[in-house]
Each structure stands twice: as structure tokens, then as C-alpha cells.
Ligand binder design. Sequence first.
Ligand code: NDP
Ligand code: GDR
Length: 370
Amino acid sequence: MKVALITGITGQDGAYLAELLLEKGYEVHGIKRRTSLFNTDRIDHLITDERGAKNPRFTNHYGDLTDSTNLIRIIQEVQPDEIYNLGAMSHVKVSFDSPEYVADVDGIGTLRILEAVRILGLTQKTRIYQASTSELYGLVQEVPQKETTPFYPRSPYAVAKMYGFWITVNYREAYGMYACNGILFNHESPLRGETFVTRKITRGVAQIALGMRENIKLGNMDAKRDWGHAKDYVEAMWRILQQDTPEDYVIATGVTTTVRDFVKMAFAEVGVEVAFEGEGVNEIGRVVASNGEYDLPVGQVVVKVDPTYFRPTEVDLLIGDPTKSKTKLGWEPKYDLAALVKDMMEADVSLFKRDAYLLKGGHKVLWQHE
Ligand code: NDP
Ligand code: GDR
């Protein structure tokens, strides 16, 4: 039985990857942080079954990417065949508020994993996947972006991830380790963190449709992203570690869309047509037609722009070229953008229907978070 260790097990990708590896028969270990509230919502169904019986092939360990001795001890105990380093402070906007912390976790954290494997003499046994990102491309140098496109990071997050990228390449070249970067473009799902733009939109649209709020406030509506589904992307991570030689790969759909168009697609899922008017901070989105189960008044302002969500430096355009991953890894995404939006909208409408029901009964719910 193969043994995998996943950092960032409690995050979106950690949850989907753990599920995939368990399905493939792996013994899975995760590293989770101690938090004052439970943080295992996304993986609770993997830890125990409906009757409360613990899954013998899934173990979590308390740890942190800022703590070398803890990482060395866990890796020594687990003796993993594969490590997936997904742990990170992953919010680009927040990285401008805590740049030093991000450098420590996302940059030096990667080094700590690589060094732990080296110190423990596991360089020929343990394969390492590093969660690199399309944010490395930053300021547009070339489109579509591929493995050879030069990097120009535009946030403390991206700069920290750039260290993670190169230290992974360096350990591969210096010590012959099987260590690879997946340069993943944005990937989303119903498990996506609530403050990333896609999930913020699908949650907000579901709440508006159900009459629980008037509008959502967003930042840069012109930003273009290459959005895929996280379920497809964790499959690519696994494939990257199953090759004969360790290499770096771009994982993307090859299609790019503005934030504004993502909003329109989300509203269309609940039968509402939205049109945008005005520019910059004065831009608004209004209902122009409504024909489904959720009847919103024509003219209702459902989207406003709030400069709070603008970034000091922005990444304007991401569009990836997945040719290498398709040909070498045989990777093919199952979801296109329309299927992704549908999946996220269905999940959020169902989630907030439950909350609407609770509210009607006079109970408190947590959806008011911005
Ligand atoms: P999430 O933010 O959902 O998950 C991040 C995970 O990292 C969480 O489990 C979090 O724990 C954990 N973490 C944060 N800080 C630390 C720390 N100091 N020590 C240990 N663990 C920590 O991110 P995603 O699942 O979306 O992304 C996974 C990885 O892929 C990240 O590295 C991200 O930067 C990268 N990436 C993501 C892309 C995307 O579009 N989703 C695209 C390209 C790269 P907790 O739950 O306690 O906060
Ligand atoms: P990103 O994702 O920065 O690409 O990083 P995010 O969803 O946060 O932003 C995408 C684009 O939307 C614009 N935007 C807003 N963003 C947020 N969060 N909130 C808003 O209200 C809003 N309005 C407009 C942003 O300015 C941006 O242009 C994600 C993370 O998962 C990273 O960890 C990962 O490395 C990259 O994707 C690839």
C-alpha cells in the first residue's frame, strides 16, 4: 500500500486529493493546524463513516509549515512514498497584509519539507509535489502562459511561491530528488474558501435569489482568470508524481473569462439576467430579466463595486496552455466553466435554502459573513 502525506489537508485541494488517494487505495496522512474552532469540515466524511467508525487508512497529525522539528518528526513517523505540499496562506489580497508570514509559510515552508526529506535520508524514496501557481506569471509577459513563460510575480504571495518553485527545482537538480511543481491555474468548487471571488459570487447570488440579501460587493470586475474544477486538478497532481522522470507542468483549461462574465453565468443559473453599466468604482449590475423559480424585480441593483477589494498590484490576465500536461500526463479535465458554475450554484442554493428555512423558524445562521 502506498503512503501519502498531505500538508494543507483541511483546505479545498487537500480534501479532494485525500478522497482521490483513498479511492486509489493509499494510506493517507494529513497535517492540520491546531485551531480554536473545528477546521475539518471538508474532510470529516473521510475521517469517520456515518456510524462514527474511524477510517483506518486516514490519519491526521497536528503540525505547521513554520515548525521544522514537527515536520521532521511527522515525516520520520509516516515514511511517505509521496508528499503533496498544499499547505499555504493562499489568499493573494491578504498576503499584502501579512507578507512576512506568507514568506515563512509559502516560501520557507517548502524548503522545510525538502530539507526534512533530505535530513531523513529519504531523497530516493519520497516523491514531492509542490503546489505552485499561475500567480507566478503575474504581469503579462506572454499568452497563453506555459512552462517556459518567464515569471513576474505581483504579490507577496506570488513572490513567496516563486521561492517555493525554484527551491523545488534546485533540490531536484542538486540531490536527484523526485520533486515537481504543478503550476496550477485557478481552480474552484463547492468547497472553495468563501472569500475567493468565485465562491463569494455563487454564495452571494444564491442568497440574493432566495431573498436573503440585496446585492454583493466586488472589486476588479475586469480581471480575467482561467478557471477549472478542483476535482480535475487534484487528479493532475497525482499524475505528476507517477511519471518516470520528475518535471514541472502547467495545469489549466486554456479558456479565460472576466469576473463580470462569471457573475452573469452564476445569475443565469437561477434564471436571472444581469446587465452591467457604469465604469470603475461606479459600475453596477442590474436585473434586466427574471424568468425562473427566483423572481427578482427588474432594475434591482445586485452587484456594486467596492474599492476595498482592489489590490495594490493586480494580475490582469491569466490563460494557461495545458498542452504538455495533456500530452505527457494524459490529463483531460471533465468540467468546463459552465459545468463548474452549475456545480457551485447548485451546492450554494441548496446550502442557503437550508439557512432560509432556519431563519424563517427564528434560528440564527452564519451566512451574514462578508
Ligand atoms: P486553501 O486556502 O483552501 O487551503 C490551504 C491549506 O493550507 C489549509 O489546509 C490551511 O489550513 C493550510 N495552512 C495554512 N497555513 C498553514 C501553516 N502555517 N502550516 C500548515 N498548513 C497551513 O487552499 P487551496 O486548497 O485552494 O490550495 C492548495 C494549495 O494550492 C495552496 O498552496 C495554494 O496556494 C495553491 N494553489 C491554489 C490554487 C487554487 O486556485 N485553489 C491555484 C494554484 C495554487 P487551515 O484550514 O487551518 O487554514
Ligand atoms: P486569485 O483568486 O487572486 O486569482 O488567487 P481570487 O478569487 O481571490 O481573485 C481572482 C480575481 O478576482 C478579482 N476580484 C476579487 N477577488 C476576491 N477575492 N474578492 C472580490 O471581491 C473580488 N472582486 C474581484 C481579484 O482582484 C482577482 O483579480 C487564487 C488563489 O487560490 C491563489 O492561492 C492561487 O495561487 C491562484 O488563485 C491561482
